[in-house]
Write a protein that binds this ligand. Structure first.
Ligand code: NAD
Length: 331
């Protein structure tokens, strides 16, 4: 099988999950790793056969076709821009960046270099989310009126307050940009273009001064209204509920269900590995066999909702996405 030659920058934290998926993908040749943690690099090199390289060495290596970036959010733009300038394709974790201006610059850089920019919005790939979207596509609940989503967990109560997530300048609207952004990407995928957002954000209980409780209201061009709750201090919950004139579609934990006058349909849904799926797709795109489902543009729309919610909280008003810096690249 043809293999895309991929390196990875940032292999600790969530990088371990992406590393596992890249190594497992049969169409990836896992070439090189780079991280501040040299001991981890050596360990992963011994386990996978990848070379330990500096970022400059990865950029300079003509054998490497693509780089996966699994770094803290504020590093996405500088790393992606340099990878694009080196003519290599990029897989970048979500959120695309902390600010729309940065996300737009990344999209421009990749467009100009003629390289792929894929964002790691993996939730929409989960089998339950796919099933929900299929029902909506088939108009199983008729005209859509409303959607409610939540993505929360209590990670803020446990992790080290000295890390980047706790600094509002490095991770604005913490639970929204880290967790809610996944649900927002899925809502955008199902509902189309978001146009305006109102947000409320509070710091309640986690250490430091970043927010840990957020609620965002989104208006879609189609007229559908959505609310997304995202907290960093409540028990883990990922849920989406769509309401239409003819019933409801729900994704809750590992289940998807359709509720209409005819009754409730709740099929057994086999789990799939959404990270493996996205890594396979990225490699196939690098090999010219397909296009990516979540390009930089999808990442920018999801981020724009988060940024608009934060601006809304700051200025106590509803914010139109079109007023955010950089949105002209997806106009
Ligand atoms: N898709 C998902 O479900 C999901 C889940 C968690 C995190 N993420 C995303 O993954 C990204 C990383 O998050 P994380 O939780 O792994 O962060 P983290 O801080 O735990 O780990 C980041 C890794 O990058 C390394 N690193 C930091 N600066 C570096 C540099 N300049 N050069 C090389 N290596 C460097 C660190 O040593 C560490 O190994 C974030 O953008 C986050 O939003 C996505």
């Amino acid at each position: 099988m043809q293999q895309a030659r991929v390196a990875q920058v940032g292999i600790g934290g969530y990088g371990a999950s992406i590393r596992g998926a890249l190594v497992a993908a049969e169409n990836v040749a896992y070439q090189a790793v780079c991280d501040l943690d040299q001991a981890l690099c050596e360990q992963v090199a011994a386990e996978t056969g990848a070379a330990v390289r500096s970022f400059d060495e990865i950029l300079a290596d003509p054998a490497i076709q693509a780089v996966a970036v699994v770094l803290p959010n504020h590093l996405h733009r500088p790393y992606v821009e340099r990878i694009a300038a080196a003519g290599k394709h990029v897989f970048c974790e979500k959120p695309i960046a902390n600010h729309t201006a940065d996300g737009a610059a990344m999209i421009q850089a990749c467009r100009e270099a003629g390289v792929i920019l894929m964002i790691g919005h993996n939730y929409r790939r989960e089998a339950t989310f796919r099933q929900a979207r299929e029902w909506l596509e088939a108009a199983a609940i008729g005209t859509l009126i409303d959607a409610q989503g939540e993505s929360s967990h209590a990670g803020g109560l446990q992790i080290n307050p000295a890390t980047w997530r706790f600094d509002p300048t490095l991770c604005p609207a913490l639970p929204l940009i880290q967790l809610g952004v996944h649900v927002i990407d899925f809502l955008n995928h199902c509902l189309g273009r978001p146009v305006e957002v109102s947000g409320l954000q509070r710091h309640r209980v986690i250490p430091g001064n970043n927010v840990d409780a957020t609620v965002s209201c989104i208006a879609y061009e189609s007229g559908v209204l959505a609310t997304v709750a995202s907290h960093y201090c409540t028990p883990g919950r990922t849920e989406v509920l769509f309401s239409g004139l003819g019933g409801r579609v729900q994704v809750n934990g590992g289940k998807a269900s359709l509720h209409t006058k005819a009754g409730v349909t709740a099929p057994e849904i086999a789990r799939l590995d959404s990270r493996l799926e996205e890594c396979r797709e990225f490699a196939a795109a690098v090999l010219g066999q397909t296009t990516v489902e979540t390009p930089g543009e999808a990442g920018l729309w999801a981020l724009a909702v988060c940024e608009a919610a934060t601006l809304s909280q700051r200025e106590r008003r509803t914010v139109a996405l079109a007023e955010l810096p950089g949105m002209a690249v997806v106009a």
